[in-house]
Design a protein around this ligand. Sequence first.
Ligand SMILES: *Cc1c(COP(=O)(O)O)cnc(C)c1O
Length: 471
Amino acid sequence: MDPVNEWGNTPLNVVDEEIYNLIEKEKRRQSHGIELIASENFTSFAVIQALGSPLTNKYSEGMPGNRYYGGNEFIDEIENLCRSRALQVYRLDPTKWGVNVQPYSGSPANFAAYTAILNPHDRIMGLDLPSGGHLTHGYYTSGGKKISATSIYFESLPYKVDFSTGYIDYDKLEEKALDFRPKLIICGGSAYPRDWEYAKLRSVADKCGAMLLCDMAHISGLVAAQEAANPFSYCDIVTTTTHKSLRGPRAGMIFYRKGPKPEKKGQAADAVYDYEDRINFAVFPSLQGGPHNHQIGALAVALKQAMSPGFKAYAKQVKANAVALGKYLMSKDYKLVTEGTDNHLVLWDLRPLGLTGNKVEKLCDVCNITVNKNAVFGDSSALAPGGVRIGTPAMTSRGLVEKDFEQIGEFLHRSVTLTLKIQNEHGKLLKDFNKGLVNNEELAQLKEDVEKFSASFDMPGFLMSEMKYKD
Ligand SMILES: *Cc1c(COP(=O)(O)O)cnc(C)c1O
């Protein structure tokens, strides 16, 4: 073969067996496990095809029709299609809303939105991380260590959930906001099992002259399918990831209001929103360089798929599955934060059992169930969070329904029972506990049952029959 073809057109399994084999192992792991991480999902074959396309080769700094490089006629069409589909998916009027689809992911989307509308040291309020908020909403530790760039560059005062109910304490939020006078209130979270009261948040924002931003990353698929309250009715800006419940490629989007502002006392009659130019400028050139066109192309595909009737059915099933799983766990007398869910996740409070999220996560991992440890409000240590977060989108994408989630509930019940047993026999210290995970027959049996169960469902994105490692 000539050098170009030898280097440029040889398939992965020939060029790099190490990476090829690791990808095949990852495919086996994904298909033979129960994926319950609430922020993950399985995207489609069509999305993966677009992601793996030569769109990745192109530089296209700037906006469609106004690029710093030539050769963008098709990239422009792709990005415009992506933007118009994004507005369509959320039923937004293009004269009132715009969208930037260039953010590389959710965190960069948030930072771009803040850069667009805030000055350094402006005040912001978001849901506290231990209450279920996201790092990028201004997290600093209780000791005052600034963790997120959001808390490094802006002054952040978090609001929290009510310690006894697990629901956001909107009254306290209002009281804090009226004292703190933030320029921006951020809603949306990563581990909050209930829907949001956007009307209430809007009224607080109006009382203290703040802008309202919703980061709907976790629930953007539910919002698209009208299976969650609509943040667009009340918010000025909506940011999101695209790879969680929306089931697309890893990327981010920023939606912003445009056109005339609603009439308000003390405001010029012809006042208009000025977010569009600020946000586009913040994304590029302030924070990013060339857009990832393979992501944007893949996102356009995912948005098209999100407008199909099948997506609506999926979103309904995501919620029904979360309810079924929650009910099963509560029937075993386990404690869920807020005693249930309105969305795609349940937050399981393990503290009444004397267990930490770390140990349950670890044991589940050994038997191919992926959950993640999560702080439960009131936890004394951030290093040993008292709960696990369990989400239904990924397994719903594999076709599981309520009865399958009851089976998953049973696997989780077995896992937690086994975690307790090992802790009792070997002790609470993680290094002692880990010894109990080795050569454990019950654990081996659970792993076998989990693998058999999960391998019986199809995988979106690739054919299990064509995997290199099948058993
Ligand atoms: C996941 C998430 C993000 C960050 O997304 P990345 O793509 O991981 O950067 C931001 N906000 C919320 C609420 C999230 O859940």
